[in-house]
Design a protein around this ligand. Structure first.
Ligand code: MEV
Length: 437
C-alpha cells in the first residue's frame, strides 16, 4: 500500500481514522511517526517480523507484540514425574521462587500429588418469561436435548469427552430459568464448543419453556473443572535464620490462617498463588483472565473471600494443598497456534512417556501455584520478602544504568552490596566498574 494510504493531520494527536484498516507494518509506521517512540521500543515490541503478522491474525488493530520474559521452573516432581515448567511473567522473583519451593517439595522421593475433577465445562442458557413448570419440562426433555447435540459433540465424544448432562435452576428475584449444560471438552479449554452447544439449544429450550433465551454462554467459573495439588514435607528441612524447622512450619500454618480469616490478606495471598498459575497459563497460550476470574470466584465460594490453600502440621510434616478451577487446554485457541505456546508445551512435555493433555497441564499448573505460595509464605514468615525482591531489583537497575552482558551481574552485585537502590547510584557504580577495567 502506498504511503498516502493514511493521512496524518499537521498536529493531530490522534490516530488516523483509517488506522484500523492499515496493515500491521503501516500501523507501526504511523505510530513511529506520530509518537515519540525510541527505535528500541519499536523493535522490542516486534522481535521477529513474522510475529506482527501472527499478532494481526490473533487480534484486531495489532501494532506489535508485548514480549514478556519466558523462563523455566525446572526439576519439579509431580505425580512421580519431573517437569521443567515454562512460565511467562514480568515480575522478577516469581520463577526463582517457584523453582526454589518446587524443588524443596520435590526432594528425595517427595513431590506434588494431584487430582482433578475432569475437564467438564459448563454453559448457562438463561431463559426469560419461561412458563410455569418449565424446569420440570426441561429436565423431562433431557434425552431430546442431548440428541440435539449429538452430531456437534460427536468428535469430542469419540475422544472420550462430550455431553455430561444438564441442570436447571429457577431464580426467584430475576424470574430467570437457567439451564446448565455440562460438556467434557477433553484437551481443549472448550469455550468455542461449549458456546456453540449452548446456542444450539436456544431453539429447543424456547419451544419447551415457552420463553425467550436471553443469552447462552459458558461460565468461566468452571465449577466441574477443578485441579488439586498437595505435598507433605518434613518440618526439619524448613529452618531459616533464627527459626528452626518446626517453628517455620507453625508460622506457615499461622500465615495461612491469617489469609483464611482476613480477606485483605487473602487477596495478596491468592495473588501470589496466581503469580505461578497465570505465568504457566500465559506461557502455554491459555486464557489467563478466565483462570483468574474462576480462581477468585472459588476463593469466595462460601461467602467470605478466603485463602485458596490449606496447611497443617501432621506428624512432624508440613502438609499443604491448593484447589481451584483450572480450565486449560493443550489444543485450540492460542494454544499451540502461538509459536511461544507450542514451544512452551514442547518444553513441558519433553519426555515422550508423558501424554500431552489438558488434564496433565492443569495438574502441573496447580502444583506451581502451590509451590509459589509456599515460597512466598516461607519468605514472609522467615527473613521477609524484600531481601529477595531487592536482589532481583539490583539486576534491573544494572540494566537500566546501561550495563550489558557480563557487566550486569557484576554491577547488580555492587548495587546490592552498596545497599542504595536508585538509578543514579547504579550509574556511578557502573562508571567506577568501567574505570577499573
Ligand atoms: C508478590 O507478587 C506476591 C506476594 O505478595 C504473595 C504473598 O504475599 O503471599 C509475595
Amino acid at each position: 500500500m502506498a504511503d498516502t494510504a493514511y493521512e496524518l493531520g499537521e498536529d493531530t494527536p490522534e490516530l488516523p481514522v483509517n488506522f484500523r484498516k492499515l496493515t500491521p507494518r503501516e500501523k507501526r509506521r504511523v505510530l513511529s511517526e506520530l509518537l515519540d517512540i525510541e527505535p528500541t521500543e519499536l523493535h522490542s515490541s516486534n522481535p521477529a517480523e513474522d510475529l506482527i503478522d501472527l499478532a494481526d491474525v490473533m487480534v484486531e488493530s495489532a501494532v506489535g507484540v508485548m514480549p514478556v520474559p519466558l523462563g523455566i521452573a525446572s526439576g519439579i516432581r509431580i505425580d512421580g514425574e519431573v517437569y521443567n515448567v515454562p512460565m511467562a511473567v514480568e515480575e522478577p522473583s516469581v520463577i526463582a521462587a517457584a523453582t526454589y519451593a518446587g524443588r524443596l517439595v520435590s526432594r528425595g522421593d517427595g513431590g506434588f500429588h494431584t487430582t482433578t475433577t475432569g475437564q467438564v465445562m459448563t454453559a448457562q442458557i438463561a431463559i426469560d418469561d419461561a412458563a410455569p413448570g418449565s424446569k420440570e419440562r426441561i429436565l423431562q426433555a433431557e434425552r431430546e436435548l442431548h440428541r440435539d447435540l449429538t452430531s456437534l459433540l460427536d468428535p469430542m465424544t469419540r475422544r472420550g469427552g462430550g455431553y455430561r448432562g444438564i441442570d436447571v435452576s429457577e431464580f426467584e428475584e430475576s424470574g430467570l430459568v437457567v439451564v446448565y449444560l455440562h460438556v467434557d471438552t477433553r484437551d481443549a479449554m472448550g469455550a468455542n464448543i461449549i458456546n456453540t452447544a449452548a446456542e444450539t439449544l436456544r431453539g429447543p429450550l424456547e419451544r419447551i419453556s415457552g420463553g425467550t433465551v436471553l443469552m447462552a454462554i459458558l461460565t468461566n467459573a468452571a465449577p466441574r473443572r477443578r485441579a488439586r495439588a498437595c505435598f507433605s514435607i518434613p518440618v526439619a528441612g524448613l529452618g531459616r535464620g533464627t527459626f528452626d524447622g518446626a517453628t517455620m512450619a507453625r508460622r506457615v500454618v499461622r500465615a495461612n490462617q491469617f489469609a483464611d480469616t482476613d480477606p485483605l490478606r487473602a487477596v495478596t495471598h491468592n495473588k501470589g498463588i496466581m503469580n505461578g498459575i497465570t505465568s504457566v497459563a500465559l506461557a502455554t497460550g491459555n486464557d489467563t483472565r478466565a483462570i483468574e476470574a474462576a480462581a477468585h470466584a472459588h476463593a469466595v465460594r462460601d461467602g467470605a473471600y478466603r485463602a485458596l490453600t490449606e496447611y497443617r502440621i501432621d506428624d512432624e510434616r508440613l502438609v499443604g494443598s491448593l484447589e481451584l478451577p483450572l480450565a486449560m487446554g493443550t489444543v485450540g485457541g492460542a494454544v499451540g497456534f502461538h509459536p511461544v505456546s507450542s514451544f512452551a508445551l514442547k518444553v513441558l512435555f519433553l519426555s515422550p512417556d508423558i501424554e500431552v493433555s489438558a488434564d496433565r497441564l492443569s495438574r502441573i499448573t496447580v502444583s506451581i501455584g502451590l509451590a509459589q505460595n509456599l515460597a512466598a509464605l516461607l519468605a514472609l514468615v522467615g527473613e521477609g520478602i524484600q531481601k529477595g525482591h531487592m536482589r532481583q531489583h539490583s539486576r534491573r537497575l544494572a540494566w537500566k544504568a546501561g550495563a550489558r552482558d557480563e557487566e550486569i551481574q557484576e554491577l547488580a552485585q555492587r548495587v546490592w552490596s552498596h545497599g542504595t537502590f536508585n538509578i543514579e547510584t547504579a550509574q556511578e557504580l557502573l562508571h567506577e566498574l568501567r574505570r577499573e577495567r
